[in-house]
Design a protein around this ligand. Structure first.
Ligand SMILES: NC(=O)c1ccc[n+]([C@@H]2O[C@H](COP(=O)([O-])OP(=O)(O)OC[C@H]3O[C@@H](n4cnc5c(N)ncnc54)[C@H](O)[C@@H]3O)[C@@H](O)[C@H]2O)c1
Length: 358
């Protein structure tokens, strides 16, 4: 059932946090039909001046509470530093606003659950900005995994590196690996059971600039993640190794972003003893699937709009956010324990995990 009153012609949007990423939300919600960005908030007036110079009609304020008190605003996008997410999202839901919250949903997974309950109590939409659920390359990979084209997935390997931007509120794991964990969960329709992780604090005390984490899934699949904001090259790759085929996705390659390799290892058809057991390397064709590449942020904004109209979350929800927050918390714990394996809390993991983003 729609959570928008019948006589409203558009959904009024407020954007809280207009730093590096917030202006992108302002742009896409200004572009899509059925939404109107009414106002935005940031503590920093320079940032608001920049928004004003580009979107003269959008009102600006240094108090996010002014956005929450504004009756013209039905929904807010929270794009402030991660450590502030839980408090601002809680206030927004209590004020009766629908919420699209940037990744990661929050630091403490318990807060994710509280936000989910608040959304339910107030009959509001709470969607989490796991943007790669709206990336058609990732969706294509998911289709290939689910159709069985790649065979059984043995392992995944993700790399997300660049030189900066360096954050002061969270480490590279929270900043960058959030994306890869949400992608793994989305591809595998599962959340991880255990993690081992290590990292190094190089530019700041107690904030890791580089992290390596290995997540184990319930069926034994492993997913390895290397993230860093102290690296000369911008790399965003994901390799999926199936026992039939292998796929490599390179998000910064504008041409053949996704390649599917008919490569693998077959058992030799005839051998008489264990000593003669042999493998045959199979190196077949490389296929580059064609698919449309709409801007994921626009698809995410449209899904949020449609969720509000339908009254049902049509994208990653708080449970997806909570699964990622739990995985991050456990990986962080493993880093603190010099790479010891840490079990990941999976209580109340829904069987419809990552059900959205259809
Ligand atoms: N989906 C993606 O690909 C993607 C990309 C970049 C960032 N993000 C996420 O977006 C969020 C913001 O990242 P960023 O790079 O824009 O950070 P940023 O530090 O550049 O911007 C955050 C802004 O929030 C403002 N702010 C802080 N507290 C506020 C408050 N109470 N009210 C109003 N404004 C407040 C700050 O002044 C700052 O301008 C983070 O959660 C980050 O993880 C997502």
């Amino acid at each position: 059932m729609s959570t928008l009153s019948d006589n409203k012609r558009h959904i009024g949007i407020g954007v809280i946090g207009c730093g590096h990423w917030g202006p992108n939300h302002i742009r896409v919600f200004s572009e899509i039909a059925g939404c109107q960005v009414i106002a935005c908030a940031d503590l920093n007036t320079d940032r608001l001046d920049r928004i004003k110079s580009r979107f003269a009609h959008i009102e600006t304020t240094t108090h996010h509470r002014a956005i929450l008190d504004d009756e013209r605003i039905d929904a807010v996008v929270i794009c402030t530093p991660t450590v502030t997410h839980a408090a601002i999202a809680g206030e927004a839901l209590r004020a009766g606003k629908h919420v699209l919250i940037e990744k990661p949903i929050c630091i403490d997974p318990v807060d994710a659950n509280v936000l989910g309950e608040l959304a339910e109590d107030h009959d509001r939409i709470l969607m989490v900005g796991h943007i790669f659920a709206f990336n058609n390359g990732v969706r294509k990979l998911r289709d290939m995994i689910h159709s069985g084209e790649l065979g059984r997935v043995q392992y995944l390997d993700a790399v997300r590196t660049n030189l900066g931007p360096i954050r002061g509120d969270v480490n590279a794991l929270y900043d960058l690996a959030t994306h890869d964990i949400s992608i793994f969960n989305y591809l595998l329709d599962a959340s991880p059971v255990r993690v081992t992780a290590s990292g190094r604090c190089i530019t700041q005390q107690n904030i890791e600039d580089v992290c390596f984490a290995t997540f184990e899934y319930p069926d034994g699949t492993v997913g390895h993640i290397h993230v860093s904001w102290l690296n000369p090259r911008k790399v965003r790759t994901l390799t999926v190794i199936g026992d039939e085929k292998m796929a490599h996705w390179d998000d910064v390659n504008p041409f053949d972003t996704l390649r599917v390799y008919d490569k693998g290892i077959d058992e030799h058809p005839s051998y008489d003893s264990f000593g003669e057991f042999q493998y045959m390397l199979r190196s077949g064709d490389v296929h580059i699937p064609a698919y449309q590449r709409p801007e994921p942020l626009i698809k995410q904004a449209e899904a949020f709009r449609d969720s509000i109209i339908r009254g049902d979350v049509m994208g990653p929800d708080y449970r997806d956010g909570m699964a990622v927050a739990r995985a991050l918390q456990a990986a962080n714990e493993s880093m603190r324990q010099a790479g010891a394996p840490v079990l990941i809390d999976r209580t109340n993991v829904s069987s419809t995990l990552i059900s959205g983003a259809a």
